[in-house]
Design a protein around this ligand. Structure first.
Ligand code: SF4
Length: 336
């Protein structure tokens, strides 16, 4: 079910805008059942009360929590089983954040990422994206949602934008606490600006060299780093939020002095934060992670050169919940 279909069904059952808002709010706050009983009966028309149990059962059946893998840093990798037997993963992050998935698999095929290795299996519907939030809220409060899980959000744009609209309204997530993370896509840059909920934007840059980027992100839209930064800067100025440039540090590949010069050339004077993320180990992938000392040195050098840089330690790495480690798993996986 997609959110616009849910809204249509509610309307057909007699819901007005306030009824719809209350039901969407209950659902996205993990209270999907018995909304009729939670509110004064007089609040809902009787036709809606009669239709609600079936609709709520359908929402509850979209996804279920199959397994929880707690990390030492307070994160939790959630294995979510979908109604058709596919699975996705979400990660509860320390400090009230949730990383959600938008696709089962991914077509971009970044060389350092587990998710993309099996290609794209299917898109998630907008309601399945919100169902991940509802399941996560059964465990703890969520005040920030980042679209950095499985999949490229720009490849499932209609569903992701519908979910973002709900997150920023009935879902009670502050707009700048919603982060749309992309490898870069002209349609996404254009449509994000048009929504009533405009999220913050994270751009997976990874290198300042167009040719290397084509190799590392083989099926990303063919935009040069200069074109990407130009498009992002327009969005940053329109929304007032800095762009979060993501840079997975791969030893000997994109951690050299030449890349420092490239970053300075690209990002000087831009409304931007650069997040350096040391590569997380992925089975069968030959890349290495630079030493922590080298990562710190890179961050310090970039700071000195005027680039606002943060060195990020991915949450949940010890339970395969870090950046690039998520994947569709068989639901027979043992639960620890
Ligand atoms: Fe897809 Fe993101 Fe993995 Fe690249 S890093 S393959 S865009 S999920």
């Amino acid at each position: 079910m997609r959110i616009h279909e849910l809204k249509r069904r509610l309307k057909d059952a007699g819901a007005g805008p306030l009824h719809e808002q209350r039901i969407l709010r209950l659902w996205s706050h993990a209270l999907p059942r018995d909304s009729g009983r939670r509110l004064p009966q007089s609040f809902f028309p009787s036709s809606l009360l009669a239709a609600l149990p079936a609709i709520e059962a359908e929402l509850a059946g979209l996804a279920r929590l199959h397994a929880v893998h707690p990390g030492a840093d307070g994160s939790e990798r959630l294995l979510v089983a979908l109604a058709d037997g596919q699975t996705v993963e979400s990660v509860l992050l320390p400090r009230d954040g949730l990383c959600v998935s938008t696709q089962v698999g991914c077509a971009v095929g970044c060389q350092f990422c587990m998710t993309g290795r099996g290609g794209l299996l299917r898109q998630l519907g907008s309601a399945e994206i919100i169902a991940q939030l509802a399941l996560a809220r059964l465990r703890r409060p969520v005040r920030k949602v980042v679209f950095m899980g499985m999949g490229e959000p720009a490849h499932n744009l209609d569903n992701v934008l519908e979910a973002i609209d709900l997150l920023g309204t009935a879902g009670s997530i502050g707009h700048k606490n919603i982060v749309f993370s992309t490898v870069g896509d002209p349609r996404a840059f254009e449509r994000l600006q048009q929504g009533r909920v405009r999220p913050a934007l994270a751009l997976s840059l990874h290198t300042s060299k167009a040719e290397l980027r084509r190799r590392l992100l083989p099926r990303a839209p063919d935009m040069t780093p200069e074109e990407l930064v130009g498009a992002c800067e327009g969005y940053a100025r329109a929304t007032g939020y800095p762009i979060q440039y993501q840079w997975t540090l791969l030893e000997g590949i994109n951690d050299g002095e030449d890349e420092i010069e490239g970053i300075v050339r690209l990002l000087s004077g831009k409304y931007a934060v650069l997040n350096l993320i040391p590569f997380n180990a992925v089975d069968g992938v030959a890349f290495g992670r630079p030493s922590w000392e080298r990562c710190k040195q890179l961050a310090r050098t970039l700071h000195r050169r005027g680039i606002l840089t943060k060195l990020r330690y991915s949450a949940g790495q010890d339970v395969d919940g870090g950046c690039g480690q998520l994947r569709a798993r068989a639901v027979q996986d043992p639960v620890p």
